[in-house]
Design a protein around this ligand. Structure first.
Ligand code: GLN
Length: 451
């Protein structure tokens, strides 16, 4: 009830939820109470969560923040949300995002922009929450959910977590099932938790993760009790500081926060060492080829025939065209066009195939680095949250915000963002930890030292 009334009071302005489900939430809360009374509650019994509106929820509209899915009510539950319900979580509603998770600002949602609950000291300018999981991040930061689900294809959990002063974890690719999560770029998409601290993220991840035969890329490995790793400490841990993440134009206060993080880890007994990820500069350009190619293929299913919106027309081609024109926003259309281009004959070899080869080099960078270090520390994003109207009109400028988050996505290694400090205007900044495949536990241990 507290959360539902907080949403009622505050979300008109923040717009973090696309839809709330108060009746279902109250029913689930009552069921949770009954279980608790009998001592039978699961790990998340009664915990109110926001669910990114990219996860299919049985009987509850699932829009991907797109007009093309405005009326879509899935007849099934995604595996991740199914797992959370199994552990007796309570869903408050579906949170806002960039359309089809394409973006870093939450400005591309067909359901309106999200406002970051943080503001610059002494200013009333509205700031973006980051994206694409900006609704989830804003809801958690504003106290409109205790935790939330996010998805991260190139930074969509970590960057909004950093912008909103919360924690977020992108697990290893294959750790959480993608079944029932609306696809953006299938070889990169990964679900993960967002919450106020790493302990909450650890508990949520333990519930979300696990093998699922319905996703052939989901890995069959036991799910550890992540929260047990939090207090392991970092004595003797080797922390890599990649020199390629310190470009000349890195804002001084972000460099200073990074140094602070290094100092915290050193004081706790870790050993910071310089490391190198030489192909870092190719991360962004190759990401925006691979992700868009996969998106153009995944989004071909929204044709107005089988599900979603349909704009009737005289011929099949005209129906496709009218439906897709009305259904997709500008950024999604741009990405479908670019993705189709890099896959087309004549350009496939020059762009797509080459990007896949470079992706292997990026992956090898991490494997080589992890021969010598246990974890890598970097800033999460090159800036704090910016204003709604500061959004550059050049899409490439927006893409540059992902420079620190996409390499881990391209390699499939786990990474998290934790709130680490404030900038000169009082806005939150995040630090990112990147780890070995399936070694989320080391990330939790190292991250907890800096909380
Ligand atoms: N900002 C990146 C993009 O626009 C990442 C999005 C994501 O991780 N879903 O593609």
């Amino acid at each position: 009830d507290h959360h539902l009334s907080a949403i009622e009071k505050l979300d008109g302005e923040i717009n973090s939820y696309i839809v709330t489900t108060p009746e279902k939430a109250r029913e689930a809360a009552q069921a949770a109470d009954a279980k608790l009374a009998k001592g039978e509650g699961g790990a998340l019994c009664g915990i109110p969560l926001g669910i990114k509106d990219l996860f299919c929820t049985d009987g509850v509209q699932t829009t991907a923040a797109s007009n093309i899915l405005r009326q879509f009510v899935p007849p099934y539950e995604s595996t991740v949300t199914h797992n959370l319900l199994r552990d007796d979580a309570v869903f408050l509603g579906k949170t806002n995002l960039d359309e089809f998770a394409m973006g870093s600002t939450n400005m591309t949602s067909a359901f309106g922009a999200v406002t970051n609950p943080w503001q610059r000291d002494g200013s009333s300018t509205k700031l973006v929450p980051g994206g694409s999981s900006g609704g989830s991040a804003a809801a958690v930061a504003a106290g409109l959910a205790l935790g939330a689900t996010g998805t991260d294809t190139g930074g969509s959990i970590r960057q909004p977590a950093a912008f909103c002063g919360i924690a977020g974890v992108k697990p290893t690719y294959g750790r959480c099932s993608r079944f029932g999560t609306i696809a953006f770029a299938s070889s990169l998409d990964q679900a993960g938790p967002m919450a106020r601290n790493l302990e909450d993220c650890a508990i949520l991840l333990g519930s979300m993760a696990g093998f699922d035969p319905k996703d052939s890329t989901c890995v069959d490995r036991p799910v550890p009790r992540y929260e047990d790793a939090l207090n392991r400490g970092v004595k003797g841990m080797r922390v890599g500081i990649p020199k390629e993440y310190r470009p000349d134009n890195l804002p001084a206060e972000i460099a200073a926060l990074w140094d602070q993080g290094i100092a915290w880890l050193r004081e706790a007994g870790a050993e910071p060492v310089e490391t190198s990820l030489p192909h870092t500069k190719y991360g962004l350009p190759t990401y925006y080829i691979v992700a868009l190619a996969e998106a153009s293929s995944n989004l071909a299913r929204y044709d107005g025939v089988r599900f979603g919106e349909r704009v009737p027309a005289d011929s099949l081609d005209a129906l496709y065209e009218a439906t897709r024109h009305a259904g997709f926003g500008e950024e999604v259309r741009r990405r479908i066009l670019m993705g189709t281009y890099v896959l087309s004959s004549g350009y496939y070899d020059a762009y797509y195939l080459r990007a896949q080869k470079v992706r292997t080099l990026i992956q090898r960078d991490f494997l080589n680095a992890f021969e010598n270090v246990d974890v890598i520390l970097t800033p999460t994003a090159p800036s704090a949250a910016f204003a709604h109207n500061e959004r550059p009109t050049d899409p490439v400028q927006v893409y540059l915000n992902d420079v620190f988050t996409v390499p881990a996505s391209m390699a499939g290694v786990p990474a998290l963002s934790l709130p680490a400090g404030l900038d000169h205007a009082g806005l939150p900044l995040g630090l990112q930890l990147i780890g070995r495949y399936f070694d989320e536990e080391t990330l939790f241990a190292a991250g907890h030292v800096m909380e």
